[in-house]
Design a binder for this molecule. Structure first.
Ligand code: 5GP
Length: 190
């Protein structure tokens, strides 16, 4: 998506070789017009696929996923990062290895809100090694929900996640795909 690539070039900050900060328009301060345009683009890309629910992970995915949910006219569900172990058995949980923090954390959704047979479109801000998306896919599997595909704002194509998920058979639509980046030479898109 041209406008997203231009914005990344203009306002994105590359840290080292593999972290991109987009705090000024996606991850902290948010450009709502851009998010609305992105939601329309995903809607176009996923075409006539039946979507009953949008699923993302807190916190950065929530803003963009809410525009997608509005576009489809369906609910948005976000997986919560679990702070305590839930022993009541009323949630689905999975483990995610954090790319940015190099830790593993539990995420969960209530069994009430993810149901068997629902068609779920997963949305997230970044795709690096694919751990966050794999965690969300696992929650859908536990619930017996169908994954329609994954919409990602920024895929770092030089990391393995996108290829792994596509090989697993999932449709992954990235609105900007970065081929290479570093703080000296900037960003190269595919
Ligand atoms: P993955 O699970 O695919 O390895 O990493 C994706 C998750 O890590 C995203 O949910 C995002 O929060 C975070 N992430 C990965 N790479 C970056 C990055 O370059 N910049 C930012 N801001 N977050 C990232």
């Amino acid at each position: 998506m041209k406008s997203l690539e231009e914005r990344i070039r203009k306002d994105g900050v590359v840290i080292g070789d593999d972290i991109l900060k987009v705090d000024s328009f996606l991850n902290h301060q948010i450009d709502c017009q851009l998010l609305e345009d992105m939601a329309k683009e995903w809607h176009k890309e996923f075409g006539d696929a039946k979507v009953d629910k949008i699923l993302t992970i807190e916190a950065s995915g929530i803003a963009m996923a809410s525009f997608v949910a509005k576009e489809y006219g369906v609910p948005l569900l976000f997986a919560k990062k679990a702070k305590t172990r839930n022993l009541a058995g009323d949630v689905y949980t999975t483990k995610v290895v954090s790319f940015t923090h190099s830790t593993t954390y539990d995420v969960m959704v209530s069994k009430k809100y993810l149901n068997q047979g629902e068609n779920v479109l997963i949305i997230d801000d970044f795709l690096a090694n694919g751990e966050a998306l794999k965690g969300l896919i696992d929650l859908c599997k536990q619930a017996g929900a169908n994954v329609v595909g994954c919409g990602v704002s920024i895929e770092k194509g030089f990391q393995a996640g996108g290829d792994t998920l596509r090989k697993m058979g999932y449709k992954v639509v990235s609105l900007a795909r970065i081929k290479a980046m570093n703080s000296q030479n900037g960003i190269e898109f595919e």
